[in-house]
Design a binder for this molecule. Structure first.
Ligand SMILES: *[C@@H]1O[C@H](CO)[C@@H](O)[C@H](O)[C@H]1NC(C)=O
Length: 132
């Protein structure tokens, strides 16, 4: 729902959003280093999925996707690129933006966006199930 992607480049949101909950460039760099095979960088196709090493998924059967982008999530630029990349690959993708939330905000059920998200997920799932 809030995809975790990255790349070698520092995006505007990664540079601008310092000191927000959960996500920092230092932490994501560490995670990518721990996750990726020795010798690869963050432009690896599983991290920078629509970057220079991207795999063409236009012929792949890919489920409809629902994305939530938070205004305080440093990963938001990567999430928006993911949205664009899926669209360009001919995939069905819906993006919902909440300006006042951070990465993982749905762990706090008392936030107003939590209820909005539940409503969005519910109608998305209902719509998808009515199509099959
Ligand atoms: C990584 O990918 C970005 C595009 O997302 C590109 O501009 C940059 O040159 C690449 N860097 C390396 C080190 O491959």
């Amino acid at each position: 729902m809030q995809p975790f992607f990255g790349g070698e480049e520092r995006t505007e949101s990664e540079i601008k959003l310092v000191g927000v909950p959960l996500i920092s460039v230092e932490r994501t760099d560490w995670m990518w280093k721990a996750f990726l095979p020795e010798g690869s960088d963050r432009n690896h196709s599983v991290v920078n999925v629509f970057g220079p090493n991207a795999v063409d998924i236009s012929g792949v059967k890919f489920p409809a996707t629902l994305l939530f982008v938070g205004g305080f999530d440093p990963l938001q630029d990567w999430q928006k690129r993911y949205h664009e990349g899926l669209k360009k690959s001919g995939k069905e993708v819906h993006m919902v933006e909440y300006p006042n939330v951070f990465h993982g905000f749905y762990c706090l059920p008392e936030s107003p966006e939590f209820s909005l998200l539940i409503g969005e997920v519910k109608s998305f799932v209902q719509k998808q199930s009515s199509l099959t």
